[in-house]
Design a protein around this ligand. Structure first.
Ligand SMILES: Cc1cc2nc3c(=O)[nH]c(=O)nc-3n(C[C@H](O)[C@H](O)[C@H](O)COP(=O)(O)OP(=O)(O)OC[C@H]3O[C@@H](n4cnc5c(N)ncnc54)[C@H](O)[C@@H]3O)c2cc1C
Length: 375
């Protein structure tokens, strides 16, 4: 698809835009990232950093396979990237607290085992042996040894630093304000600091992708879903694995701080933190790990996930002007899917074809009036 002379411009310097620039760089292709504020300043720095393809999936299929392929890239990436991304191959315990949830957990375990994935049922004593700080009320847990975590902002910065070293330009403090086309092809990206000639433009503007899409008269159905998180003071090691309950997820980060997330709120572009959410998250955390009751929580923040109606990203060609591509709508999984998205988009651009087909992720699935299935 790409000719060596093509000028590639990426709108949005979140983890997705930076990952695409990095993987293009690995293929010897230079690009320019346009970010209106700072690299990773929105959803990508608000995230918890969970890499949870198994615990977060409700059924097998195309999207689950993509998540697994993405997850498999991080061990090597953590060695390859220059910055420490705090990757921890921790595993995850999905705690089961009641009989109804146990039935759901059994079903999840059944199809995942059928798919050849690693997952174990642990009874209460086995669960507590693995993580003694959990509440003794636990009935058992599903153990996913391959669901891990990392630092999402460090990963975003690492992609950006790596991309720059490989020849990318990252222009921060610059807003995309328009896109020009000539004879049905993109020709330039207009910013508040001037115009940049472009043969390929990638819309990686997270939950603002609709605004960038509108610049070429295209409806991109991505909307913000607020997530709030609370963070504890640094603590001595309390638990090792990521803990997920019906109410919250909990991760102890390498510096000892405990992260508790998260809400899922359709409140537009409002990034406020609310006392109700702080209370809910704190209560959920203390219920799972009683010792957190006497701990100080020192920070709370909110971020906006880029949500699509089927909760699956929009990636690939756009059916709009030629040269206009999309990589957005990663919703709850943008950190997990960052590397695989960067890799596949770079393949699409340089080879005309991605090694995992992107047809199922095209924007056109929403335009045909097709019934949209949730993941
Ligand atoms: C509370 C919370 C917890 C999460 N936890 C996890 C998790 O544990 N694991 C996981 O995999 N995912 C998680 N996510 C989801 C993940 O953070 C997102 O899917 C991911 O960050 C999306 O990346 P992005 O680059 O598409 O969007 P963003 O990071 O939002 O980046 C988009 C960028 O585009 C820029 N931009 C927008 N408009 C313009 C314009 N006109 N001109 C220039 N720049 C523009 C913005 O400034 C922004 O920096 C979480 C999200 C939240 C909010």
């Amino acid at each position: 698809m790409e000719k060596s002379s093509d000028r590639i411009v990426i709108a949005g310097g979140g983890i997705i835009g930076c990952a695409i620039a990095y993987y293009l760089g690995l293929k010897g292709v230079k690009s320019t990232v346009i970010e209106r504020r700072d690299v990773g300043c929105e959803a990508s720095s608000a995230a918890a950093g969970g890499l949870w393809p198994q615990a977060e999936s409700s059924r097998p299929g195309m999207f689950m396979d993509l998540c697994l392929a993405g997850n498999a890239m991080f061990e090597e990436l953590s060695r390859q990237l220059e910055l420490d991304i705090e990757f921890r191959p921790s595993g995850l315990l999905h705690v089961v607290e009641d009989e109804q949830y146990r039935e759901e957990a059994e079903k999840l375990m059944e199809w995942q085992l059928d798919s050849g994935l690693k997952v174990d049922w642990l009874d209460a004593s086995e669960t507590l042996k693995l993580e003694p700080s959990l509440s003794e009320d636990v009935m058992g847990s599903l153990y996913f040894p391959d669901d891990n975590h990392l630092n999402p902002l460090s990963l975003t910065r690492a992609f950006a630093v790596g991309a720059k070293k490989l020849g990318a330009e990252i222009s921060t403090g610059t807003s995309v304000t328009g896109i020009k086309t000539v004879s049905g092809r993109v020709s330039s990206l207009v910013t508040d600091r001037g115009e940049i000639g472009a043969d390929i433009i990638i819309n990686a503007a997270g939950c603002w992708a609709g605004q960038v899409g509108a610049m070429v008269d295209m409806e991109v159905p991505v909307e913000p879903v607020r997530g709030q998180i609370i963070l504890s003071e640094p603590l001595p090691p309390l638990f090792k694995r990521c803990i997920v309950t019906r109410d919250v997820y909990i991760i102890q980060k390498p510096r000892g701080n405990v992260v508790v997330g998260s809400t899922r709120e359709f409140v537009g572009y409002d990034k406020s933190v609310t006392p109700e959410a702080i209370h809910l998250l704190h209560r959920g955390a203390v219920k799972a790990i009683p010792r957190l009751k006497s701990v100080s929580f020192i920070r709370a923040w909110a971020g906006l996930r880029p949500y699509t109606p089927d909760e699956i990203p929009i990636m690939g060609a756009s059916d709009g002007p030629e040269g206009f591509l999309l990589a957005t709508g990663h919703f709850r999984n943008g950190i997990l899917l960052s590397a695989i998205t960067g890799k596949l988009m770079s393949e699409l651009i340089t080879d005309g074809k991605a090694s995992i087909p992107l047809e199922g992720y095209r924007l056109s699935r929403f335009l045909r009036g097709a019934e949209v299935e949730r993941k």
